[in-house]
Design a protein around this ligand. Structure first.
Ligand code: ARG
Length: 260
């Protein structure tokens, strides 16, 4: 199952899951608890993480723009339908900042050559929340990546109340493509694969879409290298997560950000 096509369904499930707190309010039971195969992030660990009301993740790109996935949004244009929740790991925290969208910019190349990214403009700038810089070149497009989100903790599972995090290793394009099925259609310049190829068990999943994949750069600072895009199921062996290759689109993103 190619899960990208299910973003709409994931969005509905997310809304339902959060409307019924009981479904997602149980704290995880231990360090190996559930992103899939992850653990709870601590408050302030990834301060630029954003939850979007359509059931996606995002990262704060400027104090008024959230970088997410194109498949999380419908079209470029004015849009006040999205609520961004910022500044918390617990989506039900009373200290959560909630800001409405005013405009959406959807990657114009997504439907043709690829580029699963979008920018969401917030009604007002947020203060006191750091942004996550994006990779401008391929230097950090390998190694071990961190993923985080409020999406399902297992394939077909419920959205999460608390932010989960995990680490996944880089998978090179050729290896990723040779996993067959949907992976045969991988766009090597536009997409970056990551996951535990042989065992599975750790991955992003429905509802994590649009959220960042990141690592430390040469200066030891967090840098965003990917955007959660798609995968065949979640955390299956030989079915890595596929992420937008942010460095490829860094100048397009910056240019769009300057216009909206
Ligand atoms: N498309 C999904 C979403 O809308 C994200 C899927 C990520 N899948 C994966 N196996 N890494 O939330």
């Amino acid at each position: 199952m190619l899960t990208r096509v299910l973003a709409g369904a994931a969005a509905l499930a997310a809304t339902a899951g959060l409307a019924a707190p009981a479904a997602a309010s149980e704290p995880p039971s231990g360090p190996e608890t559930q992103v899939v195969g992850g653990t709870r992030a601590s408050q302030g660990e990834f301060p630029w993480m954003v939850r979007l009301s359509m059931g996606c993740g995002g990262a704060l790109y400027t104090d008024q723009l959230v970088l997410t996935a194109a498949h999380c949004v419908d079209r470029t244009g004015s849009d006040s339908s999205i609520t961004a929740t910022l500044g918390v790991v617990d989506l039900q925290s009373s200290s959560a900042k909630k800001v409405r969208s005013t405009y959406v910019y959807r990657s114009p190349t997504y439907d043709s050559t690829g580029g699963d990214w979008a920018l969401i403009k917030l009604a007002s700038p947020v203060s006191g929340i750091p942004t996550l810089p994006i990779a401008k070149n391929a230097d950090n497009n390998s190694g071990t990546f961190t993923i985080a989100g409020w999406g399902a903790a297992q394939e077909g599972g419920a959205q999460q109340r608390y932010l989960l995090k995990a680490e996944v290793p880089f998978v090179d394009d050729q290896t990723c493509q040779s996993q067959g099925g949907s992976y045969g259609e991988l766009k090597p310049d536009a997409e970056l694969c990551a996951g535990k190829l042989d065992t599975g068990g750790v991955d992003t999943c429905q509802g994590d879409s649009g959220g960042p994949m990141f690592r430390r750069d040469e200066a030891g600072e967090w840098i965003q290298v990917g955007i959660v895009s798609w995968g065949d199921g979640c955390a299956r062996a030989h079915a890595p997560g596929v992420y937008t290759e942010v460095s490829t689109f860094a100048s397009d993103i910056a240019e769009a950000a300057g216009k909206i």
